[in-house]
Each structure stands twice: as C-alpha cells, then as structure tokens.
Design a protein around this ligand. Sequence first.
Ligand SMILES: [Zn+2]
Length: 370
Amino acid sequence: MWHCQEVPASLSPVRQSGVRAHNLALVLRTVANSADPPSRAAVAAATGLTRATISTLVDDLIAGALLTEVGPAPRSGAGRPAAGLRLSPDGPAGLGLEINVDYRAACVVDLTGSVRHRLVEKGDQSLPAVAGLAHQALLRASSDGLTVAGAALAVPGLVGAGGIIRVAPNLGWQDVTVGDLVPGLPLTVDNEANLAALGELAAGDPPASFVYVSGEIGIGAGIVLGGELYRGVRGWSGEIGHIPIDPGGPPCRCGARGCLEQYAGQEAIARAAGDLTVAGTALGTALATVVNLLDIDTVVLGGIYAPLVPQLHDAIQAEISRRVLTADWSPVRLRAATLGADAAVRGAAGAVLRGVLDDPAAWLSRIQAV
Ligand SMILES: [Zn+2]
C-alpha cells in the first residue's frame, strides 16, 4: 500500500525535496507496475496526486530518461486520446557481473528489464579479468547510448560489510577486497545465490516467498520472504551447502564432514554419471529441513540443477514427503529457475536498477550534476 502525499506550499525546502523524492518514486513504480502504458490521468487516479503534480513529476522523469511517452493509451470515453507512459529503454542501465569457479559473466540490462548485452568467458577468474569483462560491457552499453547507473558483482562466497569477500571456499579466496573494479561506478558485492533469487523474483513470477537453490561447485540458497530477500543478521544466510547429510560422511572444504555439497555439488553430480538418486535424496533431505524451518511452499532450483529438475524431482519430493510434516496437505512445489545459469548476473543488474526505481530523485540529481 502506497502512501500518497502532496507537497503543501508551507513545507520547508528540505521537507519538500523529501516529499518530491517520495512522489517521484511513487509515480515511477506506478508506471512500472502497470500492465499497459498508463496515461498521466491514470497515474493521477492511481496515486491520488493531482494532475498538475503528476505532470511536473512525469516531465522530470521523462527529462531524466526514466520514462518515455508512447502512442495514445487505450481509452473508452470520449475526448482526445492521451499518450501512455512506460519505462524508458534508453536511460539508466544496470551492469551485472559474476565471478564463479569456472566462468565469469557480465550483462547490461536496461530499465525495462531487457538484456542488452551478455558476455560470458571461461578461464581466468581473477578480479582484473572481471574488470576487463566489465569494461567491454560498458563500451557496448555506451555504444547503445545507455548510461550505466551502477554495477553489482555476484560471488560464490560470504560477503561482509563494505563488500569484503570474507570467504569464497571454491575460489580459494579469503578476506578479498574488490576495490575499484569499475572505475567511476558505484559497485556492490553480494552472494550469487542472493542475487539469483532476486533475479528470479523479478523475472520468474514466483510466489512472494520461496527458496532459490543454486547448484555450482558449491551450493548456496537465496531466501525470499514476502517479496524481500532475507539476508540474515550479518548477510550470510542461505549456506545450505553445509547442512549435514551424514555427520560421518566425506570431508568437506569447510572443515566439517558429510555436508550437502559432498553429495549434490557439481563434482558429486559429475561423479554420479547420470544416476542422480544420491544427489536428489541429499537435496531433498536438506530442503525438508529448510521447509520445516521456514514454512515455504516453493523451491526454485538454479545453476546446474535447473536443467536436471526432471531427473532430481522424484528423489527430492520423496524426502520432502517423508520429512515435512505438512507435505501431505500442502505440497512443496519444485521448479527450475526461469533464468537458468544467468540468474545471478541478471539479478545483479536488476539490483542496480531496483536502486534507481526505488530512488529516482537520486538518479536525477546524479545526471544533473554531470
Ligand atoms: Zn561443508
């Protein structure tokens, strides 16, 4: 539910700028959430703001290349048809970056959610190599006339305050500072499963609460509750790969024994040579714990699991049915990630764009300052 506020003439300038920022975000979100391009009058009706206020805000958003006008919006009544409003494909874009054990990726996504450029390279997983890929992506964005608003980097590890990568066991990294990876651009660093869950939330139309499980060399999970990513107290939630399956099992890179990764990580899947019963059973056992704890009814399988859902499904469901008390009358749905292997890098770009959509006033003052 949005709160709608007009700006009374008596407000102080500081207060007025706060209300203007709020209203800009409100108008932008109203347009973004509309199925068809709404007219200014329709935005006024939806927000409760006056048409004069809407016109000023919309003009500012158009000037900042956040909105664009398209042909007349459909209308049933008499009178001149009004132009419709939609998000601009030619304004700010998000740069998503991903570094993983066997590849690095970059993608440029515009405000409408379209992927404008996508680059994936195998081999060198160093930060300079990711910086090189980012540079190539920026050149392509620039040749399209896009302005990249910021970058987000997805990493297979635990990210601490200030974007320091505390540990990425499968990259062999500990306490790595990313630094000025993309000169001149704001950069955030986040766990790849978290960003993939956000990517899936934006593109895949899942329910508001779900767990996204990312299978790579390691296994991570992004927990989305009520449409928001649940990061945990220190941002380190979702380490599903180290849920114990057998306390006496094979040693894990984390120092413990019998973790899920030893049964259902990429290396275990490769060793299984097509028989995925062990992996599916281990995944189902871990997911039953997650479902019992969080009371979610949808699990999205991504990374290497996305194309393997048909082979993994029965073994996972068998364990969930056996171990989740409520499964008999409230089944848990398993589905493949809509974005497949691109979920994390798309989610990273989307996180940048979400920042712009949430605070368009900041974007407008940034481009005015240039
Ligand atoms: Zn472990």
